[in-house]
Write a protein that binds this ligand. Structure first.
Ligand SMILES: [Zn+2]
Ligand SMILES: [Zn+2]
Length: 247
């Protein structure tokens, strides 16, 4: 077994041991015994092709969506795993706001599976950073809990300090689409010593407008990143159910 996978297994066992000591409730439906139960897993609506080549938005045909055709994002490619609804929405909420940190490790399995299929060539894994004040208040970065096991699994350097917020921003969830772009514009900076010439994978929990990922990609691009890929657990922009699958 590769070295990275050994560390991943250890991390996996550690959470398994914690489950044994503190039996978990499902992040999706609250049933006792598992962090994310099979029934909830089976009900996930996965994103499926065709989608925008760049931002991964579901489309009726492949190519670019109208947003990416109008203004090319600062990242090269973004993909999301599932629709932001049902048990995934509930689990992300618990991961973010209810200190249910064990969900990060279990939900990261879906990102790892997608990473295997996407086969992007990556040098650094970076979670979307929280502001210093929010990190202090929450005690952990939920995107980091998703990104860290993925970095371990693939044996790629995990670099949570390569990108940071230079100012506090309002929670995006309170804002309109336009306000979200305004809110995060120029909110990030990146360390050119860490990212210059590197192929970066940004990990986040939810994509709504893509504004946060685009603003952090701009900072990474400015610091000299070579390629920028983004993977998020969920997307909240679905209107067309036929573009989704739970296969
Ligand atoms: Zn469940
Ligand atoms: Zn697009």
């Amino acid at each position: 077994m590769e070295k990275g996978k050994v560390f991943y297994r250890l991390y996996n066992y550690l959470w398994g041991a914690l489950d044994w000591v503190f039996p978990p409730n499902c992040g999706g439906c609250d049933v006792q015994g598992e962090r994310f139960c099979q029934e909830c897993t089976d009900s996930i609506r996965f994103v499926q092709a065709p989608m925008c080549d760049i931002c991964g938005r579901p489309l009726e045909h492949s190519g670019k969506c109208i947003y990416c055709a109008g203004k090319v994002p600062h990242y090269d490619s973004m993909r999301s795993i599932a629709a932001f609804d049902g048990p995934i929405r509930a689990a992300i909420h618990k991961l973010k706001y209810q200190n249910d940190q064990g969900l990060g490790e279990i939900l990261a399995c879906m990102l790892i599976k997608a990473g295997c299929e996407l086969n992007w060539q990556i040098d650094l894994v970076i979670p979307i950073p929280l502001s210093a004040s929010r990190l202090k208040e929450r005690g952990y970065n939920q995107s980091g809990l998703l990104a860290f096991p993925l970095a371990l699994y693939f044996g790629i350097k995990y670099a949570p300090y390569a990108c940071w917020r230079v100012r506090d921003t309002k929670p995006q969830v309170e804002l309109s689409a336009y306000e979200r772009w305004e809110n995060v514009a120029d909110a990030f900076q990146a360390d050119n010593k860490l990212v210059e010439g590197k192929r970066i994978l940004i990990i986040d929990d939810v994509t709504t407008t893509g504004a946060t990922i685009d603003a952090s990609s701009l900072a990474l691009r400015t610091a000299g990143a070579n390629r920028i890929y983004c993977l998020t657990l969920a997307r909240s922009v679905y209107t067309n159910a036929s573009m989704m699958t739970n296969e």
